[in-house]
Design a protein around this ligand. Sequence first.
Ligand code: SF4
Length: 334
Amino acid sequence: MNVTKPSYYDEFHCLASSCPDSCCKEWDLDVDEASAAYYRTLPGDLGDRLRQALRDTENGTVMVMRDGRCPMWREDRLCRIQAELGEEALCRVCDRFPRLRHDYGDFVELGLELSCPEAARLILSTPPAPPIRFQEQGAGEADYDREAMAVLLETRETALALLREYTDPADALTLLLFYGCQAQEELDGGEREDFDPAATLSIAATLTLEPDMAGFLDFFRGLEILTEKWRGLLCQSHTVALPPQTVALARYLVERYWLQAVSDYDLMSRVKFILISCLLVGSLGGDYTEAAQLFSKEIENDADNVEAILDAAYALRAFADGKLLGMLQKGREN
Ligand code: SF4
């Protein structure tokens, strides 16, 4: 089986007790069946703590947070399960986080989640490089539309090439939006056409509208919010800034979401999701890596929030193409 992973994938090491955020905060943790059963058999203080913390729900077993953090978190910020029983005793989610695995049946793509501060640092600071390719044992069946996947793989390469070539974030994101439209037409069965970046940037300048910053941020204030920090960031007054890491964020999002259009043939709403996400992070102010990591925790890791953005990508006035181009223009000026 063909497997790819980003160039920085193997550089990841958990910051453990020095982590500025920690994945053991704010989320109720899904515990896989085998780990939950094992935890419930443990003797002594650890077993008692686990039995108290585990709760069965209709969707499986969760570890319920206490005071906003995992009850297995010790005062020294280390995990009690790992400290007392070793890494092999961690449940599947904790063992894998922040590693991602997209399994398409006959090929696999690995990645890191932006919601981990150390992964975010690697994702946003590593220069673009081709993915590492290797073989894994076993050969599964492709469980997707082959023709659509071929278009998506090829157009994703072009999108990533644009992000490598155009390092000015406003230009790069403008081109991504327009190329996304063209790639959608190809996915819908249209002829492949040449893409002319210079002509596209000229056309984009004529389509730019006054942005609706208030409407843009209001939408996110109406989504599910996990942390007070995020609510605070969304409620400050904002201008858009597009630092150079914006292009690295766009690259991560393209790598992660582009192929997902094979499930419903809707590439364009994902392209807009990528653009909207980059503009959102650029609107939050403060440390860019921290803002991107928090965005991932609040938005990317909440399927309902992602779905709400995909739905609003076409419908919300503040997300109209001309208004997003207007935000990019403001970002260029700031
Ligand atoms: S968020 Fe990342 S660095 Fe921090 S504790 Fe979790 S895996 Fe380690």
